[in-house]
Design a protein around this ligand. Structure first.
Ligand SMILES: CC(C)(COP(=O)(O)OP(=O)(O)OC[C@H]1O[C@@H](n2cnc3c(N)ncnc32)[C@H](O)[C@@H]1OP(=O)(O)O)[C@@H](O)C(=O)NCCC(=O)NCCS
Length: 150
């Protein structure tokens, strides 16, 4: 299922991730600085799609991927991951549209507490989340433990 949308003159649609999107998505993530070492293999994305099901979305414009978002629902909190918009499509409302769509889908699964991790220096992202109704918590510290092979 996909939705046709027109944003500031850019006509696009939100649709689910397909494995054929892999290369384009990874190069978009690299372009905007979201690709990390040891992540984002094709197998990772296939696994993510299995888990996320209808929560791994892309924004497509003229057959090209302009944006991505992944939702995560664990029965307690609803998470928003990998919100990214290709540089040439930024500032046209696509990121906000993807947040609204993913929160709607997470809501329909029972999500009430929506969360996203944002680097403290990422002003565009902080501003986008605030504009879409999120509150920023400067005092929360992130604890991580990664088990990555490379
Ligand atoms: C953050 C990001 C997803 C925003 O996507 P976008 O489609 O450009 O966002 P929108 O057009 O919906 O912008 C919504 C609001 O966010 C803020 N914003 C977005 N980009 C901004 C920028 N470069 N500088 C300042 N504010 C910005 C603005 O308040 C904007 O509203 P306005 O255009 O009416 O002023 C995009 O910049 C991106 O992909 N960045 C790199 C990846 C990343 O950091 N992802 C977030 C990880 S937490």
């Amino acid at each position: 299922m996909s939705k046709d949308l027109t944003l500031l003159g850019v006509k696009g649609k939100i649709r689910g991730f397909k494995i054929e999107d892999y290369q384009e998505i990874v190069s978009l993530w690299k372009k905007v600085g979201l690709a990390e070492k040891g992540e984002n293999t094709k197998e990772d994305l296939i696994e993510q799609q299995k888990v996320a099901k209808d929560l791994f979305l892309v924004y497509e414009v003229d057959g090209k991927i302009a944006g991505t978002v992944i939702g995560g629902w664990d029965g307690w909190r609803a998470w928003i991951y990998r919100i990214a918009v290709a540089p040439e499509y930024q500032r046209k409302g696509i990121g906000s549209k993807l947040i609204l769509e993913i929160t709607k889908r997470l809501s329909s699964k029972g999500g009430k507490r929506f969360r996203a991790l944002i680097m403290s220096h990422n002003d565009p992202s902080k501003s986008m989340f605030q504009k879409t109704g999120f509150k920023l918590h400067e005092k929360i510290v992130l604890a991580t433990k990664d088990d990555l092979c490379c």
